[in-house]
Ligand binder design. Structure first.
Ligand code: TRP
Length: 359
């Protein structure tokens, strides 16, 4: 769970609401700030939706949330410009379709808030070459992309640290693969604070519970991923009902026959998780419902439940995508609200390192 801190004593001038630099009265304890980002990789798949985006919605009431489309991170690998632009809209439409409220949470596109690039440069100078070389994702990605190991890919975690520290985020919901990046953001913040005095809140990674980890339908020991070579491995939110049913019918299961969770039954465990989320029933209820029935019946039921579960979400994405002007207006709203907060942090950091105030 999220860490408890005495919020009345930190960030008194980082009052989130409306981003105004007001001094909070001592007794007015602020809500914790949650920030997360998602790269614009187009229409999400079932795992993205269940594992990440739906959780973001759940945090909206309890925390002051900022959610960002991380398009600056995207260009660390080569992108088609028109496609990146379209996917940025789709990413934003996805957040809205998941029910996030653009007036309550701050929803924005990373490149539209210049402070991200500004702070990233400063933080680059407080991050060690060795630290970055040890990042697992950098090692993986540079092995996969041997022809384009650019410096942006190398310093990717520094930009991510800027994303987080700009908003004095307390908690950063991420998948397990991004935990190391949040930890390095914390290290960088700590280093800067110890030289210049308190400037940044130290963030904590927040990894949602394991139940929400959706695995590939073709190889249930691997995470569901859009880049899987097997098209049946991954259910896209944009898939038709027929496609979804077909993919579940082909889902890989073990040689057993009972719809019951168990050791070494990663295929059926995954399907039970998925069915449970899609139907809103607990895993025990699912096991009871399919008592005496075979895998075939269960897979069909999974396909139908998932298709019904995803339909309203997909229709909402389509509806938002049909009105670009509305999305542009929301980009503007989000960028302005984010920039107001981010600017304060950047100006503080600039002053601390000895920069001359911007005119
Ligand atoms: N790197 C993250 C990913 O690929 C996306 C991201 C960018 C992010 N900036 C962030 C996540 C800040 C959390 C906080 O999944």
């Amino acid at each position: 769970m999220l860490i408890e801190k005495n919020y009345a004593t930190i960030n008194k001038n980082a009052y989130f609401d409306k981003g105004e630099a007001i001094n909070m009265p001592e007794e007015n304890v602020r809500k914790k700030v949650v920030l997360s980002g998602i790269q614009p990789s187009g229409i999400p798949h079932l795992g993205n939706y269940i594992g990440a985006i739906r959780n973001w919605k759940r945090m909206e009431d309890e925390f002051d949330c900022l959610y960002m489309i991380a398009n600056m991170h995207s260009i660390t690998v080569r992108q088609d410009p028109a496609k990146l632009r379209r996917q940025t809209y789709e990413g934003f439409a996805t957040l809205l379709a998941a029910g996030l409220d653009p007036e309550k949470s701050i929803l924005f596109v990373q490149n539209q808030v210049p402070a991200h690039a500004e702070l990233a440069w400063i933080l680059n100078c407080y991050t060690m070459f060795g630290e970055m070389s040890r990042m697992t994702q950098f090692k993986d990605k540079s092995a996969k992309n041997a022809e384009n190991i650019n410096v942006g890919l190398f310093t990717y975690p520094v930009l991510m640290a800027a994303d987080i520290l700009l908003y004095q985020a307390d908690a950063v919901p991420v998948g397990a693969d991004q935990k190391q990046h949040v930890e390095i953001a914390r290290d960088i913040a700590q280093r800067f604070n110890s030289i210049y005095g308190d400037t940044f809140t130290l963030p904590e990674p927040y990894i949602p519970e394991a139940g929400a980890r959706i695995m590939s339908l073709a190889d249930p020991d691997k995470k569901m991923s859009k880049s899987d070579d097997n098209p049946n491995a991954c259910v896209l939110v944009s898939d038709s009902k027929d496609d979804i049913i077909r993919k579940f019918r082909r889902a890989v299961t073990d040689s057993g026959s009972e719809v019951r969770r168990g050791e070494g039954k990663s295929g059926i465990n995954n399907l039970i998780t998925i069915y449970s989320v899609a139907s809103g029933k607990s895993a025990e209820e699912v096991e009871r419902e399919f008592e005496g029935k075979g895998y075939g019946d269960f897979k069909l039921a999974c396909g139908e439940a998932v298709a019904d579960f995803l339909r309203p979400f997909r229709e909402n994405i389509d509806r938002y995508m049909a009105d670009k002007a509305h999305l542009d207006a929301l980009f503007k709203l989000g960028a302005e609200r984010a920039a107001r907060i981010a600017r304060r942090t950047v100006e503080k950091a600039e002053k601390r390192v000895g920069f001359i105030k911007k005119p």
